[in-house]
Design a protein around this ligand. Structure first.
Ligand code: IMP
Length: 198
């Protein structure tokens, strides 16, 4: 069974591909298709954006789609950057710009700077959406550490760890991460509904 993962984020693609390896699903990426129109992520919830991505891409590729929307929710910042996590420091900003902005917004707050990563994963094949969600709690450190993962990983220490998400192996990240949890739940729902057998 072929499925398209509606993302152009290489970090995410790698993580999700790994979660479905050894299953009957072959995950295609958006770069396997010509001229896919960009989806504007203008909803104010992760769920809304994930469903919008899944539906708009399905309408173009006409094969089942999985999509996710994810981000960092910081307690002292009233939930920011949230759905704006990818462009927190402005349009076309880099991960480094976002991390710099996060540290500057958090300077002056009392520790710990509690935060969580949230992910909504959605499957769409023209019928009802199948949704799943995952979260991982932790805190934001004061210094970037590690080179693994992507995005805010070098600043995020998961609860129960003394290392950042960028210092743990990809396998360990998938075990504890918001995305790992959401896509494992999504996979279980697809199996339960008979859309997937392994
Ligand atoms: P999306 O592509 O709209 O879901 O944006 C996700 C953004 O949230 C990314 O660009 C990262 O900045 C951040 N993010 C989501 N998941 C992770 C993660 O696993 N590690 C670090 N940053 C993440």
């Amino acid at each position: 069974m072929e499925i398209v993962f509606a993302t152009s984020n290489k970090g995410k693609f790698k993580e999700v591909n790994k979660l479905f390896e050894n299953s009957e699903i072959i995950i295609k990426s958006l770069s396997d298709f010509d001229s896919i129109a960009e989806v504007i992520e203008d909803k104010d919830t992760f769920e809304g954006n994930a469903q919008k991505k899944a539906k708009e891409i399905f309408e173009q590729v006409k094969i089942p789609v999985i999509a996710d929307d994810s981000g960092l929710v910081v307690e002292h910042l009233n939930g920011e950057p949230g759905v704006y996590s990818a462009r927190y420091a402005g349009e076309n900003c880099s991960y480094a710009d976002n991390n710099k902005k996060l540290l500057s917004e958090l300077s002056g707050f009392e520790k710990p700077n509690k935060a969580k990563f949230v992910c909504w994963a959605v499957y769409y094949d023209g019928n009802d959406f199948i949704n799943a969600q995952g979260e991982v709690n932790g805190e934001i450190t004061e210094q970037l550490s590690g080179t693994g993962g992507f995005g805010y990983d070098p600043l995020f220490i998961p609860d129960g760890y003394s290392k950042t998400m960028a210092e743990i192996s990809p396998e360990e990240k998938n075990q504890i991460s918001h995305r790992g949890k959401a896509f494992r739940e999504l996979k279980a729902k697809l199996i339960q509904k008979g859309l997937l057998h392994s």
